[in-house]
Ligand binder design. Structure first.
Ligand code: AKB
Length: 321
């Protein structure tokens, strides 16, 4: 585990997951034990509680200097472009998501980082995968650049473990829903936006059809899973590509019904756009039994419990973008 004076580095910390992850890591390990970083230096404003470094993972020497200076021993590499945005910029997405990962893996090997976390995604699956309760080892059939980079990235992570003993651990995250930070450019973003509209008393235009069921995970569970996976003894980690996980599975119509328990007047209009095709090719639910067996994964939140929690937090509060 993390010894005295050793620290954790988070790349892409200014994003939806990163902001929340840094919050929890500083609470668990201490404010001086976590270093937040992001290519966008203005994101420093989110991290008053811990050191922040502007960092482009392609600036290898700078990244090595930071790792040495702070005595980094664990790394959460989150810097990435999400699925829907990725379809608009395929080459840039491949470069940031896959080449960026390789930079981090190579540097971690060289600098002897003890453990690396990398988020994979349900996007490794696609149209011809088994989508009902997608098995851990079901066929990967990614059809987006984002998904293809996740498939390749998982295999690279497994390669670095098997060839070099670099202890990389991955989760296949479904849609992540949090009330503190907003996602940008994903296919599952509606599941965050819908709550903000409900609280503001505005109708919501949903870009997915009402019955589009997708696996989802509430942010506290997403963070808990990452920390639990990173804490597990290496011999428990049988999967070196990415573990399937989910907290719940629902459609926009079901999210609406859950919200209407608190806001009966809330209305949603459905106007599916190009994101519908991506969502139609993704799992409807994930079989996460291997995560349960190997390192005890168990989510706390289902849809209604999450709805109650989000609405309670959002009432009377703003959100950071
Ligand atoms: C996205 O929608 O792109 C992400 C994901 C499921 O990986 N939230």
């Amino acid at each position: 585990m993390l010894k005295d004076k050793q620290r954790i580095l988070v790349t892409g910390a200014g994003g939806q997951l990163g902001q929340e992850l840094v919050r929890t890591l500083t609470a668990v390990f201490g404010e001086d034990r976590v270093v937040a970083s992001d290519i966008d230096g203005t994101k420093a404003r989110y991290f008053k509680q811990c050191p922040f470094e502007p960092l482009n993972v392609f600036a290898t020497e700078h990244m090595e200097t930071i790792v040495q200076h702070y005595n980094i021993k664990q790394l959460y590499h989150l810097a990435a472009i999400l699925s829907a945005h990725g379809e608009k910029h395929p080459m840039a997405t491949w470069q940031v998501n896959l080449d960026g990962l390789l930079q981090v893996l190579e540097m971690s090997k060289k600098m002897r980082i003890d453990r690396v976390f990398w988020p994979s995604s349900i996007a490794v699956f696609g149209k011809d995968s088994s989508l009902e309760n997608t098995p851990q080892n079901g066929m990967r059939d990614a059809r987006t650049v984002y998904g293809i980079a996740k498939v390749a990235g998982e295999l690279w992570c497994q390669y670095y473990w098997e060839r070099y003993g670099l202890d990389v651990r991955c989760l296949r995250y479904p849609g992540l829903i949090g009330h503190r930070s907003l996602p940008r450019g994903g296919t599952t973003d509606y599941a965050v936006d819908i709550y903000h509209h409900a609280v503001r008393g505005e109708p919501f235009t949903c870009y997915l059809a009402p019955d589009t069921r997708l696996p989802m995970l509430y942010m506290p569970d997403a963070i808990k899973a990452a920390l639990q996976l990173m804490k597990a003894p290496a011999e428990r980690i049988q999967v070196r590509t990415g573990y399937n996980i989910q907290g719940m599975s629902f459609s926009p119509a079901e999210a609406l019904r859950s919200i209407q328990r608190f806001y009966p007047e809330f209305r949603v209009v459905y106007e599916p756009d190009q994101r519908q095709k991506i969502a139609d090719g993704w799992p409807k639910a994930m079989d996460d039994v291997m995560a349960f067996n190997d390192w005890g994964w168990e989510p706390k939140y289902d849809l209604d419990f999450m709805t109650e929690d989000i609405l309670t937090h959002l009432m009377g509060k703003g959100v950071r973008s």
